[in-house]
Ligand binder design. Structure first.
Ligand SMILES: C[S@@+](CC[C@H](N)C(=O)[O-])C[C@H]1O[C@@H](n2cnc3c(N)ncnc32)[C@H](O)[C@@H]1O
Length: 388
């Protein structure tokens, strides 16, 4: 029995690694940069090393006039996405940026890409978008860029369910509700109808979690904490996000429930008032396709900030040696007092190698109040550490 379960786990991990190393998984960042910026204390001397994901949060940090941001991702398609976003700033046309990434679609996307954007991209990003720019076509099968990519496809399935059940108006009411009381009213109208054998089956699949970028190790962390496993975790997260936090500025959930942002509910990089500032600073963001460990091993720089997202959850049970090496490299490349930010599906960072605790201090007094108002609402914890 143990052998079969080990083989199954290896297969699940292999499927996850295969899908997440060559497909666009995150078409938007799933971490709240408002919280990050309140914790990171960024300024014109900041030298940041961070994971790319969809690049939105790197663009957000630029608003704090940081010196340099090195975005590293093991998945080249995530860097290609950030490079495309950068190209829209270099192209100096705000309206186009909004149509593509605000509305999620644009007629003539392929032609615009070839005429105005392609030459602004590095070769690897060109190769990716030559094959995928059609995801922005209004008549593409997904109907929005935000319903493309692996997590986008899961969002599309949920969106289809909402339409099929005639819940579109209720969802619109939920998103535009003016008070938490109103939100709770609409949420309780919608929520019971979302749960049925199909949705429970879908969300219980490893394949679905892989498409959402949730590795088996993170799923295991969640299952250890919730008696009824993943479904209970999802139910509780939805309840918290939709009844305890205002929806009016929650662009994370807005985009996946509608396929687009609105002008008053979107990431900062899409606001017209920031376009010129970001255009002037856009060259300060650099992308690299490496693992974080490789990037650190190759780097002779020191950093004032490290933003690790939740990727340590990916390594927690399966790559303890790599995680330890990575932390040695982080500490070797850290400036005095450097800030390190990460999130996790674990309430405590039990997965950190022991020596790390001798070299950093945590700041729960800063993170805990902010974690409670995190608009994403699907992480168990947020950590800020400073290097001693
Ligand atoms: C950890 S995932 C989590 C998603 C995240 N919470 C967000 O904001 O979207 C973010 C990115 O990290 C990348 N990644 C995961 N492990 C990595 C590693 N060891 N080195 C570099 N990138 C990694 C993934 O390819 C993905 O694009």
């Amino acid at each position: 029995m143990k052998l079969i379960s080990d083989i199954l786990q290896q297969l699940q991990r292999h499927l996850f690694d295969t899908i997440t190393s060559s497909n666009l998984v995150y078409n938007t960042c799933w971490e709240d940069p408002r919280i990050d910026r309140a914790l990171l204390n960024l300024n014109s001397k900041s030298n940041i090393l961070m994971l790319t994901s969809a690049g939105d949060n790197a663009l957000d940090y630029l608003l704090d006039d940081v010196k340099h941001i090195q975005c590293v991702d093991i998945n080249p398609t995530q860097n290609a996405l950030l490079e495309l976003k950068k190209a829209f700033f270099e192209n100096e046309n705000y309206a186009l940026l909004w149509d593509f990434f605000g509305g999620g679609k644009k007629s003539g996307a392929e032609l615009i890409y070839r005429q105005q954007l392609r030459t602004l991209l590095p070769k690897k990003a060109q190769q990716f978008w030559d094959q995928n720019i059609h995801d922005f076509n209004p008549d593409s099968k997904n109907d929005s860029f935000y319903f493309s990519g692996t997590s986008g496809k899961v969002a599309r399935t949920v969106y289809n369910q909402i339409q099929r059940k005639g819940l579109t108006a209720a969802v619109e009411n939920l998103l535009s509700a003016k008070s938490l009381e109103e939100q709770a009213y609409y949420f309780h109208e919608i929520e019971p109808q979302l749960w049925n054998p199909f949705s429970e089956w879908l969300l219980g699949r490893h394949a679905t979690m892989t498409m959402l970028g949730v590795p088996p190790s993170q799923r295991k962390m969640i299952e250890q904490q919730y008696k009824d496993g993943l479904l209970e975790f999802i139910r509780q997260s939805l309840q918290k996000v939709f009844t305890e936090l205002p929806m009016t500025d929650n662009y994370f959930w807005h985009v996946y429930l509608t396929g687009h942002y609105s002008s008053d509910c979107c990431p900062n990089y899409l606001l017209e008032k920031h376009f010129q500032t970001l255009r002037e600073r856009i060259h300060r963001i650099e992308t690299q396709t490496f693992s974080l460990l490789q990037a650190l091993q190759k780097s002779n720089k020191t950093y004032s900030h490290f933003v690790l997202l939740d990727h340590q959850d990916w390594m927690a049970f399966t790559q303890p040696d790599q995680l330890a090496n990575q932390w040695r490299q982080i500490l070797d490349h850290a400036q005095s007092g450097a800030r390190i930010l990460f999130r996790s599906a674990m309430p405590e960072p039990d997965f950190l190698p022991g020596f790390v605790f001798d070299n950093i201090s945590f700041h729960p007094e800063l993170t805990e109040p902010l974690h409670r108002i995190d608009r994403v609402g699907t992480y168990e914890s947020t950590y800020l550490a400073t290097v001693l």
